[in-house]
Every structure is written in C-alpha cells, then in structure tokens.
Design a protein around this ligand. Structure first.
Ligand SMILES: [Fe+2]
Length: 204
C-alpha cells in the first residue's frame, strides 16, 4: 500500500480582526465603480460615484489557499466598509457557488452585519452577525454580506477550493429577492420589486 504524499507545507497565517491576513496568497478589491447594477437604486449609485469617485474602496477579500483541488480549503477575511446607497446598506455582490452544493463558514471578527441568503426556489434567510457569531451557509444558498453598522464588517470565511462563484444568478434575477434597509437604528428586510425570480444557470 502506498502512502499518500503531502504536497503542501503548512504555513502560519495572521488574521487581523480589522480585516486582512498576513500570509495571504491573494487580495481582491472592489471599488464603488465596480458596483454597477448591484444596488437597486441606480440613480443613488450614480450620484455616489459622482460625489465620492469610482475608485473609492467598498470591500476587499484576502485569502489563502494551497491548491485548487476538491479537497483543499480557501480561508480568508472579507472586509466590507459601512455605508448606504439609497435605502440599502453596503453589500458585497453576492453569489451562488458555481459548484452549488459547496457550503461556506462565515465567522464575524468585527463590526455588525447580516448574511443574506436565498435559494433558487425562493427561500430567504437573514442572520445578523456580530463578533463571535457565525453562520454555516449550506450548499445551494446564494449569499451576500451586508454591513448594517458604522464600522467595517469583517468576517473570517472558509470554503472548498473548487467551489467557484456564480455572480450572474443575482443580476439575471433583477437582484436578490430581499433588500436590507434601515429600520430606526437597526435593519429590516424589504422585498425587492425588481426581483423576477431565480433561474438555474449553466455555470459550472
Ligand atoms: Fe461563497
């Protein structure tokens, strides 16, 4: 019987509660100008771009992976800055995993946010995350982070390296079914009137 060989050597990662990882293999940044079509209120997004500039940073993701194979993990942090576009709180684009059955853990390190999750057949769940709280997002759930606080919303995430992301599923549906909007000092879900229902895409 042959002994399987370990191809990777473990490295130390330093994860900051302010967001960011020392030892990351990748950083990915999204700017205000990249968020066309993400927020329902296109006019509010346009005027934010005009006022604040298309190159204002909205969120960034640091991650670490050893390899792409189905047994590997991607671990990282997502840092989403606070703000509002129209009625909506600041959001990440959101996605379904391209390999849709892949789950993902999100653990809040700092700030106050919501994980907004929806299924193709119309279920919707929103879970508030504050430091120490986590959500184990099952496979087949579209997910998006929303910052409902005044500080950066930072999560530690972990998912299968072969999962991939399908962003198109949200734009093809006219946005997610629910919007996360202000309600006094808190937040609430408001139905998105532009949402036309999800349909299965061919992403793989
Ligand atoms: Fe994901």
């Amino acid at each position: 019987m042959s002994i399987p060989s370990a191809v990777d050597t473990p490295v130390s990662l330093e994860i900051s509660p302010d967001g960011g990882i020392v030892g990351r293999t990748r950083r990915y940044e999204k700017f205000l100008g990249d968020m066309a079509g993400v927020y329902r209120d296109a006019a509010a997004w346009q005027s934010s771009v005009a006022e604040r500039g298309a190159d204002e940073l909205i969120y960034w993701v640091d991650d670490h992976r050893y390899q792409e194979g189905p047994g590997a993990l991607i671990v990282g942090t997502s840092t989403l800055l606070p703000g509002r576009i129209g009625e909506e709180f600041a959001v990440t684009r959101g996605h379904l995993h391209a390999v849709a059955d892949r789950a993902e853990l999100y653990h809040c390190l700092s700030g106050r946010g919501v994980m907004l999750m929806e299924t193709l057949d119309g279920r919707s769940v929103a879970i508030e995350l504050t430091p120490g709280k986590a959500v184990n997002v099952p496979g087949h759930w579209i997910h998006r982070s929303v910052n409902v606080g005044d500080e950066p919303f930072v999560t530690l995430f972990c998912y299968a390296a072969d999962a991939g992301q399908d962003y198109e599923v949200i734009s093809a549906a006219g946005g997610m079914k629910n919007l996360v909007v202000a309600d006094g000092d808190g937040w609430m879900l408001a139905p998105n009137p532009d949402h036309v229902g999800y349909r299965q895409t061919d992403a793989d």
